[in-house]
Design a protein around this ligand. Structure first.
Ligand code: NDP
Length: 423
């Protein structure tokens, strides 16, 4: 019998049934969840047996650089979309988010071993710069035609734990235009590695892009008049000061910073995923950026300005694309691009960083006041009831019963549903 990876989709399904991993009915369930053409899904990943839908929702109230956006978000976590919409509403009432992009380029690394003279190696790279640019651009002519290509070359001497030179690394900084650029970059790196290795008379350890994309930094800022933060129970000025203090704390304590940043990434990842971009690349870049000065810190900054306004800022490396990778393949990525109403990577990055800042504001505002659990509760109870098997008509009754007896666990949800069905 053919190995699993050699089997067709139908054969893989038959194998799963034969091995009693899934029933025929469950295979039908898998088939019903698929919207990507099976041959396309098969070309995207290995050993494909089906597709895994996640909820797609919309966040509202995003005013970014004087343009309004409805933001598609894909997430399995309750409260994320409501929280970002709520925070975006506050920011909207204060004039919205302002964003800036310093540069949009991808870094590729050529890592060399066996370099005997590091200073001489730097000189070789400087001398060969024009030749390297020519080789790199010849490897991706279509990119050059679109206005992109190799922009600059940087050299780095990487030291070991005893501060001794250990590796010689060349960075190629490439303008990848509308793509995320991973594959394009790897093509360019492969083309340049061989001649460079000969010129340096050394060996290549590897050539690969860097996900620490600090050449693709995007910043969102917003200014909030404290009275617009006021809730029925908490005064805005007090909340603004507490939010600023919570940010300061996240700059000092990595245990808190990790959670602070996870909250930001709740929003960021949801938009990245909805747009068909690579969430792991964005996560890796964000966390590397958070520890850039040697101490892992909160990524955002909230301060109370002299006039009392709460001023927020978030900078993230966001090497996202509007074409290429899975973006052009996933049917729903086209649809979410349409809802968002933008078709450039530049604008997508501006939206993503603004969502991250909104998500952070919502989380901090809740944490420094009534706590996160209250807002989360009703949605979590709902998903608990659903996972216990409550039908649409049973849902409100099960949610009410769970909230009333306060034992929020699956066993209790099952008991409530069973009692309801006996009546
Ligand atoms: P692709 O390999 O799909 O390359 C981009 C494609 O978009 C090219 O075919 C290019 O066409 C086309 N294109 C059309 N219009 C434009 C335009 N205006 N600007 C730029 N390109 C255009 O995608 P990427 O190189 O972006 O790679 C992204 C994928 O790589 C992601 O799926 C990611 O998961 C994966 N990846 C990530 C890694 C990492 O993060 N470490 C490592 C390896 C892969 P043409 O060919 O004509 O130039």
């Amino acid at each position: 019998m053919a190995k699993f990876y050699q089997q067709s989709l139908a054969e893989r399904h038959a194998t799963l049934i034969a091995e009693q991993r899934l029933t025929a009915a469950q295979i039908e369930q898998l088939k019903a969840a698929a919207i990507i053409a099976p041959e396309v899904a098969d070309s995207m990943i290995e050993n494909q047996i089906g597709q895994f839908p996640l909820p797609l929702g919309l966040a509202f109230n995003f005013l970014i650089d004087e343009t309004s956006y409805v933001v598609p978000m894909v997430t399995e976590e309750p409260s994320v979309i409501a929280a970002s919409s709520n925070a975006a509403k506050i920011v909207q009432a204060n004039g919205g988010f302002t964003t800036t992009i310093q540069e949009r380029a991808m870094i590729g690394q050529l890592i060399f071993t066996d370099v005997s003279d590091y200073e001489a190696a730097i000189l070789v790279v400087q001398e060969k710069e024009a030749a390297l640019i020519e080789i790199a651009n010849a490897a991706q002519p279509s990119l050059v035609k679109r206005g992109g290509g190799l922009r600059r070359i940087e050299t780095r001497i990487i030291t070991d734990d005893d501060h001794q030179p250990a590796y010689f690394t060349v960075h190629l900084v490439v303008d990848v235009q509308e793509a995320m650029g991973a594959n394009m970059m790897n093509t360019i790196l492969e083309a340049t590695a061989t001649p460079l290795k000969e010129w340096l008379d050394s060996a290549v350890l590897m050539q690969i892009l860097s996900n620490f994309a600090d050449t693709s930094l995007v910043t969102a800022t917003c200014r909030i008049e404290p009275h617009t933060l006021t809730t029925t129970r908490f005064e805005g000025e007090w909340l603004a000061k507490r939010i600023a203090e919570a940010t300061r704390y996240a700059h000092l304590d990595p245990y808190r910073a990790a959670t602070h940043n996870k909250g930001i990434m709740n929003g960021v990842d949801a938009v990245v995923l909805a747009s068909g971009n690579d969430t792991r690349a964005i996560e890796a870049g964000a966390h590397a950026f958070a520890v850039r000065d040697g101490r892992y810190r909160g990524l955002s900054d909230w301060k109370v300005a002299e006039n009392g306004d709460l001023v927020g800022q978030l900078t993230l490396p966001l090497p996202v694309g509007s074409v290429g990778g899975a973006i052009s393949v996933l049917p729903l990525a086209q649809l979410t691009q349409q809802i968002l109403g933008i078709s450039t990577a530049n604008k997508l990055a501006r939206v993503i960083v603004s969502v991250g800042l909104a998500q952070n504001l919502a989380a901090l505002k809740a944490l420094v006041s009534e706590g996160i659990q209250k807002g989360h509760m009703s949605l979590q109870v709902k998903s608990l009831a659903l996972s216990a098997g409550a039908t649409e008509s049973e849902l409100p009754l099960v949610v009410a019963a769970l909230l009333e007896n306060k034992q929020l666990n699956l066993e209790n949800a099952h008991t409530i549903i069973a009692q309801l069905r006996q009546k």
